[in-house]
Design a protein around this ligand. Structure first.
Ligand code: FAD
Ligand code: AMP
Length: 478
């Protein structure tokens, strides 16, 4: 007999698994189809985020930062030691254990919430049916009132540097090195390239980042990008802007990369090369020819603001649709879709999705940049507060960077919060909460912030918007 559910989700990444859990919580009979298996051949839920993305990269970023601090950051605190050692397989093994714990945690959550977990490849057929191809090759067709496509994304390959999973790797391979490469190349100075470059640089690799664009971190506020470039370069990342990779040749255990820059063609040799030039949506064998679901010109499943596709009852969320490729964006889209299936009028505020880059210092922002606002003709007041003036940052010996609050000059409404510095990701979230409730810079300035905290830098930056900062000289006078 054909199985039938209220909701069938294809893909168990942060978009799909969250949608499935929420659907079950709302009383809908729900199944989630996932095909990804770990190295032991076992079904691993959690998608890119838990298996090869957000979590494993942060595990290695934290380990490598601890190593870096132990080497260079203890003496100032009066702590000496007789030598710090590094065990890369142990570091990578710790990461693998965290991944295992979290992915099996999703399986537990599925059980606890009554989500039916189906292992296999899902394909949308016409008439709200899904064909599942099981690991043994057999197929089954299941039916659903509602189908959510959450098949995610995978790394983009570029012909000049084909991944061989030995010398040339993508982001997944870069989480698995068993030794620190002496000379490491990274193609792409985006979020993933900078995070993975930082991991291996902190552990001792000589890292060169080749970025085709002339502008560094083009999506960030220009003041933040400038500070980030300065700091990361000082840390030892050799970031070459305007350097477009045009070819590569693997010779045994090294690779010669050819790129062009303002001076013409250049060659550079690496022991490992990470290709981090972006990700593309996964729609391979996902849609039957007569499924009726439209794909846009860039290969993303076409959806509206509510993630509805061209077929009623079929939705798509996360990396496989337009917008930022971020786990929290995927999850919130999943919640929105399921609540709308239940008849709620849930909307998502796409203007307030925070972005984070987990380098050191961290970089994070929410809302618009000063440049974007000026280009739109919006008059703004800007308040900035450097961590160098924060007692809490001094106590932690972590004083690089600043908080920048941008407010509408006419209404004082906060339109952007940009942070580079310690705990930037957490600080920006405070800005996001305020912005969601329409905060003004004055509102933020009138709130009581605990002392001493890094959050006080947000408070002071908000005060500085109208010339009222206490712990720095105000550029703008009241
Ligand atoms: P995915 O997580 O890609 O999940 C899709 C799932 O669908 C996969 O498990 C796949 O196997 C499965 N699937 C696909 N097709 C089928 C099919 N036909 N049948 C069955 N199953 C199928 N984002 C952040 O917000 N913060 C970060 O710090 C961050 N760091 C990152 C670091 C790295 C190195 C990488 C690579 C990504 C990072 N991201 C980060 C991005 C984040 O991982 C993605 O935005 C997020 O995972 C997207 O979620 P998703 O559910 O749309 O897709
Ligand atoms: P992101 O999309 O944020 O992951 O960043 C990927 C980066 O890779 C972008 O900044 C691109 O400009 C860059 N990029 C893409 N192709 C090349 C190439 N052939 N050589 C150097 N950089 C590239």
């Amino acid at each position: 007999m054909t199985q039938k559910f209220d909701v069938v989700v294809i893909g168990a990444g942060p978009g799909g698994y969250v949608a499935a859990i929420k659907a079950a919580q709302l009383g809908l009979s729900t199944a989630c189809i996932e095909k990804y298996t770990d190295k032991e051949g076992k079904l691993a839920l959690g998608g890119t985020c838990l298996n090869v993305g957000c979590i494993p990269s942060k595990a290695l970023l934290d380990s490598s930062w601890k190593f870096h601090e132990a080497q260079d950051g203890f003496a100032i605190h009066g702590i000496g030691h007789s030598g710090v050692t590094m065990d890369v397989p142990a570091m990578v093994g710790r990461k693998a254990n965290i991944v295992k714990g979290l992915t099996s945690g999703v399986a537990t959550l599925f059980k606890a919430n009554g989500v039916t977990s189906i292992q296999g490849h899902g394909k949308l057929l016409a008439g709200k049916k899904v064909e599942v191809t099981k690991p043994d090759g057999s197929t089954e067709v299941i039916e659903a009132e509602n189908i959510i496509l959450a098949s995610g994304s995978r790394p983009i390959d570029i012909p000049p540097a084909p991944v061989d999973n030995n010398v040339i790797v993508d982001s997944t391979g870069a989480l698995e090195f068993q030794a620190v490469p002496k000379r490491l190349g990274v193609i792409g100075a985006g979020v993933i390239g900078l995070e993975l470059g930082s991991v291996w640089s902190r552990l001792g690799a000589e890292v060169t980042v080749l970025e085709a664009l002339d502008t560094f971190l083009i999506a960030a506020d220009a003041a933040v990008s400038k500070e980030a470039y300065k700091t990361l370069t000082k840390q030892g990342l050799d970031i070459k802007l305007g350097a477009r990779v045009t070819g590569s040749k693997v010779n045994g255990e090294e690779v010669v990369v050819t790129y062009t820059d303002a001076n013409g063609e250049q060659n550079i040799t690496f022991d490992k090369l990470i290709v981090a030039v972006g990700r593309r949506p996964v729609t391979t064998d996902l849609l039957a020819a007569d499924s009726g679901v439209n794909i846009d010109e860039r290969g993303f499943i076409f959806v509206d603001d509510h993630c509805t596709t061209s077929v009623p009852g079929v939705y798509a969320i996360g990396d496989v649709v337009r917008g930022m490729m971020l786990a929290h964006k995927a999850s919130e889209e999943g919640i929105m879709v399921v609540e709308r299936i239940k008849g709620h009028k849930t909307q998502m505020n796409y203007d307030l999705i925070p972005s984070v880059i987990y380098t050191h210092p961290e970089i994070a922002w929410v809302g618009k940049t000063e440049q974007a606002l000026k280009a739109e003709g919006v008059e703004v007041n800007v308040g900035t507060f450097p961590f160098a003036a924060s007692g809490r940052a001094m106590a932690a010996n972590d004083t690089g960077g600043f908080v920048k609050v941008i407010a509408d000059a006419k209404t004082d409404r906060v339109l952007g919060v940009h942070v580079i510095g310690p705990s930037a990701a957490e600080l920006v979230q405070q800005g996001a909460i305020g912005m969601e409730f329409g905060t003004s810079a004055e509102d933020l300035g009138m709130m009581v912030f605990s002392h001493p905290t890094l959050s006080e830098a947000l408070h002071e930056a908000a005060l500085a918007v109208n010339g009222g900062a206490i712990h720095i000289a105000n550029r703008k006078k009241r």
